[in-house]
Design a binder for this molecule. Structure first.
Ligand code: PMP
Length: 910
């Protein structure tokens, strides 16, 4: 092959194999050398300009200098024996040899995280800075962004599709307008000018994420506008994205962290980037061939999308990302607009839909409605709230109003002709449903066709297309004084101890919930797969009504008599097997466990307590010392002297696996061993405390016979058995109401919390009459808030709701469906090591290797972060296990959405 044979003689490199690489102009070869390394040999076509090539080599050297793009590198040039990096290889062809850089091109990755896109932007900025000392060369070529109209004109005739023509025309009009205004004030620079997704390599780092690590191919380097460097990167970053602007904004943010963007640069960036994609699409349509086809696959759909994205919006988003000021969303016109639709017209059945309901598809979902929708049962007349001139009446009606404001009315039957003047109060037309949006540019009023937008773009959209409610005389929707996520986070870190952590790198700011869904301040919906506390659903109407009614009537403490507490105690104990009949109402799961331990110690006159390894039982001093999950974890100071661990009955990782039918009794044997040891020390145990399935330890479910044998040993030693039902009680297991029933046991003391009050702080301890009596030594037990009338009303409403909605049964059927789907995923994703669960309490254990079971801790966190970005809430527990314990209102559809998003995230390259 040309080039290979001269390698040894001229460069002193010994090739052992060569294979061709793609390339637009040069002939490129990957050559393996005898020393195990690899180089790229590039051979120019005949007649290449050596001066220009040398200039590019100079740029590569600048970009390759230590620290220039750090930690990103560029290929190193090999010097021939003569010291030259450029070699004439006949027929005017020039050869260069460069180092091979490993990694995957951005085009090969199925997903680009905001962090990766930020790194791309940062790389663009560093490239500009690295190339600053380069001499200016007067070179230009087809891809020069400043020649986009020319390059497009040369090939547009090959594009057959009329829509595509129109899209390109519109983008070129934006380009012409922006450059016409700003070209003179754009800073110029020597730029790489081709940070496209084939030229940027990423590599997965030990943190489990892909990071930019190399930039290739200086063949398109130019002296051009400085912002062209960023524009090319932005253009390609928008390909294959559901929300191209969100991706573009992430790149801009990264760039702006390194280098300032001027107002002029921010104004031209989007038209330049969009035009670059047009050049691309038109050129490759003209040239055909597989090389171009690969690049084209995602280009036209992105162009179609961009042609409906007004440049003002992009500019606002970019300005925000670059830290430049954006005009505040001014109130629209003054007050005093006439009501667009009078109640009399529609008999009072008017419904105005604003805001959003929920996400239904993956990706950052467009949940913010643009404009409002007004519907009624019968057709109604619509009147103009303000005077205006009709700009367009085809498909929709667009009116121009004073103050650079356009209103667009969709769904209206109207005979108004373009150019007509409409006075305020005049009838615009008739409709049974009309969508009204207002815009600050005619362009936007004509091209925007989205009914909703993603939350991350909401602030910019609010400027381009403000909320029309005031305009329509409907009042203003925005809730004043709502804090942003940034404000909440900053205040949290100032006002709370660091040990009180929050979930997620970039937490959402939750403002409401309903059923299995949570909503942030932008109205974006998140499917909640972990809040078992909201057992009967967020903001459950029955619970809200009960709490509100009781708060309005009476709230006091349990030293007084009131009916609710007695009724609730009856209801709760009726759900428990004999002889569990005496109730203590307290305020938290920790407090319940603390009291249970206190009772056990007092009643038995002993101090030592057996706990299962890995367990978490709560946050009080005593309970922290009984929670291996804390005292053995970070910052832990070890067990209390009276705490004794028994082996964790973990069939996935432990000594006895799923295939061992005797695993239950075998694990329980360790309980007997510890008792024997304690007896030997003359310290028999007061109690054995066990969750009915372990929660925080990583969703561990016990093999059959475990608790049965363990309880038998404890009782034989005179100890009490405490079941911690804080996580799993109240029907979550589906087939049984209490977790301990799944193990065929009845404890001496049972503790409950979390779901008992659906989020209201209440908890309970229930025990036998005999134990309760033995606890009465004359010392009073009083709890100010435990069992107050409001808590009892809420507790009763929760039990009513479980019964009325058949939630226990629902937990069984939906839980089974969810588990089936997860098992199906495990068949396709190696990362899933184990799927386990009971009813609507599931765990998905992630491992790096199914054979070694190396815990995939970082991956579990990353999956959770990515799921959050997709609008699904799940989180690791026990390090590498995803806990899945949604409100029992979780539907089969929710299960489907959950698993499809998980599937999609697991399929990605992170
Ligand atoms: N027991 C178990 C099994 C728990 O998971 C928890 C809380 N995670 C507690 C007790 C403590 O409950 P609380 O946070 O209400 O004090």
């Amino acid at each position: 092959m040309l080039g290979v044979e001269v390698l040894e003689e001229t460069f002193g490199l010994r090739p052992v194999a060569a294979s061709p690489l793609g390339g637009e102009v040069d002939q490129n070869l990957a050559v393996d050398l005898d020393n195990g390394s690899r180089v790229v040999v590039k051979i120019s076509p005949p007649g290449a300009d050596a001066t220009e090539l040398r200039w590019r080599h100079g740029l590569m050297e600048l970009a390759g200098q230590a620290g220039a793009l750090d930690p990103v590198s560029v290929p190193k040039l090999f010097a021939a024996r003569t010291g030259e990096t450029l070699l004439e290889v006949g027929q005017g062809r020039l050869m260069t040899v460069q180092s091979w850089l490993p990694g995957r091109t951005l085009s090969e990755l199925s997903h680009h995280s905001p962090q990766l896109l930020g790194e791309l932007g940062r790389t663009a900025a560093r490239m500009v800075r690295a190339l600053a000392p380069a001499p200016v060369a007067a070179t230009t070529h087809h891809w020069d962004l400043l020649r986009a109209p020319e390059s497009i004109a040369a090939g547009i005739d090959a594009v057959d599709d009329r829509d595509q023509h129109e899209q390109v025309r519109r983008i070129l009009a934006w380009y012409a307008e922006a450059l016409g205004l700003h070209l003179g004030s754009l800073p110029m620079a020597v730029v790489h000018h081709d940070l496209n997704d084939f030229n940027v390599l990423a590599r997965r780092a030990p943190d489990g994420r892909h990071h930019v690590h190399a930039v290739l191919d200086f063949a398109d380097a130019l002296h051009s506008t400085r912002v062209s460097e960023l524009a090319v990167a932005v253009a390609y970053a928008m390909l294959r994205k559901k929300n191209p602007l969100t991706a573009a904004t992430a790149v801009v943010r990264g760039y702006a962290e390194e280098l300032e963007l001027t107002d002029a640069e921010l104004a031209v960036l989007y038209p330049l980037a969009a035009a670059r994609l047009c050049v691309n699409a038109v050129t490759w349509t003209t040239r055909g061939g597989t090389y171009g086809h690969d690049r084209m696959e995602h280009t036209w759909p992105t162009i179609a999308r961009l042609a409906k994205t007004p440049p003002q919006l992009a500019e606002l988003l970019f300005r925000e990302a670059a830290g430049a000021s954006i005009a505040p969303a001014l109130p629209v016109l003054g007050l005093g607009a006439r009501s667009t639709v009078s109640d009399a017209e529609v008999g009072g059945h008017l419904e105005v839909v604003t805001g959003s309901r929920r996400s239904t598809v993956s990706g950052e979902t467009a949940t913010q409605r643009l404009g409002v929708e007004i519907t009624a049962e019968e057709s109604f007349k619509v009147v103009a709230p303000y005077a205006g001139v009709v700009e367009e009446n085809a498909g929709f009606l667009v009116l121009r109003h004073e103050g650079s404001l356009w209103s667009r009315w969709t769904g209206l039957t109207s005979s108004l002709a373009a150019g007509s003047y409409v006075a305020a109060g005049e009838v615009l037309g008739e409709a049974a449903a009309v969508r009204v949006a207002i815009f600050r540019s005619l362009d936007a009023a004509l091209v925007v066709d989205q009914a909703s937008v993603p939350p991350s773009e909401a602030a910019a959209w609010a400027i381009v297309s403000p909320d029309p409610q005031e305009f329509l005389g409907l009042g203003v929707r925005r809730v004043e004084g709502e804090w942003s996520a940034e404000q909440v986070l900053a205040t949290r870190s100032r006002r709370f101890a660091r040990s009180q952590r929050s979930y997620y790198d970039q937490p959402m700011n939750l403002v409401s919930g309903r059923g299995s869904w949570l909503f942030d301040e932008f109205g974006r919906g998140y499917l909640d797969a972990i809040n078992n506390v909201s057992h009967v659903g967020h903001a459950n109407p029955r619970v809200v009504a009960a709490a509100t009614a009781q708060l309005q009537r009476l709230n006091t403490n349990s030293r007084f008599l009131y009916p609710g507490i007695a009724q609730y105690a009856e209801r709760l104990t009726s759900l428990l097997p004999d002889p569990l009949e005496v109730v203590f109402l307290v305020c938290s799961g920790s407090e319940a466990n603390d009291l249970a331990i206190r009772i056990a110690r007092q009643v038995t006159g002993r101090s030592d307590v057996l706990v299962i390894d890995g367990a978490y039982h709560g946050n009080t001093s005593v309970i922290t010392g009984l929670s291996p999950n804390r005292y053995k974890g970070p910052g832990g100071t070890g067990p209390d002297p009276t705490t004794h661990e028994v082996e964790q009955p973990d069939q996935y990782r432990g000594r006895y696996g799923y295939d061992d039918v005797d695993a239950g009794p075998k694990y329980a044997a360790d309980v007997q061993r510890q008792i024997d040891r304690l007896n030997g020390l003359g310290r028999p145990p007061a109690a054995f405390i066990a969750e009915s399935a372990q929660g925080t330890a990583g969703s561990i479910f016990y093999p059959d016979g475990y608790l049965e044998n363990a309880f038998a040993s404890v009782r034989a030693a005179g100890g009490l058995c405490i079941s911690d039902e804080v996580q799993v009680g109240f029907g979550r297991f589906g087939d049984v109401f209490w977790g301990f029933q799944s193990q065929g046991v009845v404890p001496d003391i049972v503790t409950m919390g979390k779901p008992i009050g659906n989020g209201h702080p209440m908890a309970a301890v229930v025990t036998t009459r005999e134990i309760a009596d033995a606890f009465d030594t004359g010392m009073k037990y009083f709890n100010t808030f435990g069992g107050n009338p409001v808590s009892c009303a809420i507790g009763t409403a929760v039990l009513d709701e479980i019964a009325a909605e058949n939630l226990q049964q629902h937990a069984e059927t939906t839980g089974r469906e969810l588990k089936r789907r997860l098992e199906e995923l495990a068949g396709r994703h190696e990362l899933i090591g184990d799927v386990r669960g009971h009813g609507m309490y599931l765990g998905l254990e992630l491992v790096r290797d199914r054979a070694t079971k190396e815990p995939a801790v970082q991956e579990a966190l990353l999956v959770s972060e990515l799921m959050k970005d997709e609008g699904v809430i799940v989180y690791p527990t026990g390090g590498n296990t995803l806990k899945i314990k949604p409100p029992l209102t979780f539907t089969a559809d929710d299960a489907e959405l959950f698993t499809s998003v998980l599937d999609e995230v697991l399929t990605r390259d992170w």
